[in-house]
Design a protein around this ligand. Sequence first.
Ligand code: GAP
Length: 520
Amino acid sequence: MAQPPADHFKKLIAHSKEYGFIFQSSEIYDGLSAVYDYGPYGVELKNNIKDCWWAAMVQMHENIVGLDAAIFMHPKTWKASGHVDAFNDPLIDNKDSNKRYRADQLIEEYIDKLDEKIGKEVEKAAKRFGDTFDEELFRNTNPRIVEYRQKAESIAHRLATYMSASDMAALKNLIEELEITDPESGSRNWTDVRQFNLMFSTQLGNIAGEEGKLYLRPETAQGIFVNFLNVQKSTRQKIPFGIAQIGKAFRNEIVARQFIFRMREFEQMEMQFFVRPGEEMQWYEYWKNARMRWHLAMGTPQEKLRFKDHDNLAHYANAAVDIQYEFPFGFKEMEGIHSRTDFDLSSHQMLSGKKLQYFDPELNESYVPYVVETSVGADRTFLAMLSQSLVEETVPDAEGNDSTRTVLTLHPALSPVKVAVLPFLHHKDELTNAARDVFNSLKFSFQCQYDEHDAIGRRYRRQDAIGTPFCVTIDFETIENNTVTIRERDTLRQERVPISRIEEVVRQKVDIRSILSGLS
Ligand code: GAP
């Protein structure tokens, strides 16, 4: 397979639009910043991703059940959860460019540059020493690398301390001390750093002022916490058990670039796992590994995934790790796994005055359970899937000459369309009628597409570009003996099979079981 070209990200964005995966929201009005719409193939791919998550979490675990809580919640929810007081990002403006940044991200980018310098030193040395190169020894002893690393660690530690203490003045001082410049203009003329709350608010009915203030939820998790006892009692679950939910979340992100990576409206797939106090760390380890296995089962190569412990814990967590994915712009968070202690349930219990406790029959006592959370972005998973599957490669055409094709090598279970049914010629009724019959029988089982326009080669290319794993071609031999040609997207192999076998051949590859079986 060809290597992703340097301009891979630009191509991915262009491909997403051209082939109906993602459109800018309200494009005819010049778009709405950091808000996107999923087109016809995008919605299918996203639904398939969500189905794979739901099946892996709910269907595969007898002690995990689902929920679909409303987006609007009582405003006290967000007071109890700490979001009203603490769901802030540190904002800084550059006075010359009038550009707005997150102060913590500017500092993190500075640390990333030190890491890049270390990487370059290692690369140079590997070339110089060849086979005798001992990378670990070099990293631990080379004075320049040791200096870069110590500097990076010291800055990361200070950043975490200042963020935990909400010390905005110290963040500003650090930016000045490191002589960080505006990435766009190179200016160092910064405003003070100030806290910016990320929640969107709106009004309930005609109730004016604080009384009627509602928030669009910034995470789906709180809908699970406030329903903890409703779900536990109605499903008679015993601890440990989990509640899973997929839904929209909203954040007024300060800097929202990088396409669908950071949006103001996005979708989360979250699961809260309720455990006995004191057992949370063992479940935290369990879910870390289980979630990594899910990403691998979805077809993501191991080298594109890594764990990254949090230096700076969210207000609710006592341990947290990200599963990072190597996006076209570097390794970034795709999923968070958090040990949330009893913070949320205890806060809701206190503010609502309603008990949120579980009676543990084995211990013969009641307690507020501890919670381990897994939270993955549907959109970031989507971006990862597109990014790793969009490939340009050279393949032989019908005459055996080299030709270039753009193909989405998605896991077949995720592909928006599973089978394309193509009559070899569109002006021959016997071919189009037979093709329609095949389409009409397959559509009960799979998302199919019928296409009779253009030469067959072009139709194959269109299906490759949306990641369709199988093309079924109906030709004159079909009329004679009820067989068709099935072309496989990845191998380009063409096989003649009876019409009665198409479903079996396709199902083998596109069944979600091929993903779920990789979880154990
Ligand atoms: N309930 C925990 C929670 O919300 P988080 O780390 O803030 O934790 C979880 O978010 C996941 O939601 C992230 O790993 C990411 O995949 C996704 N996410 C967060 N903010 C996002 C944004 N602005 N745009 C797209 N996805 C986002």
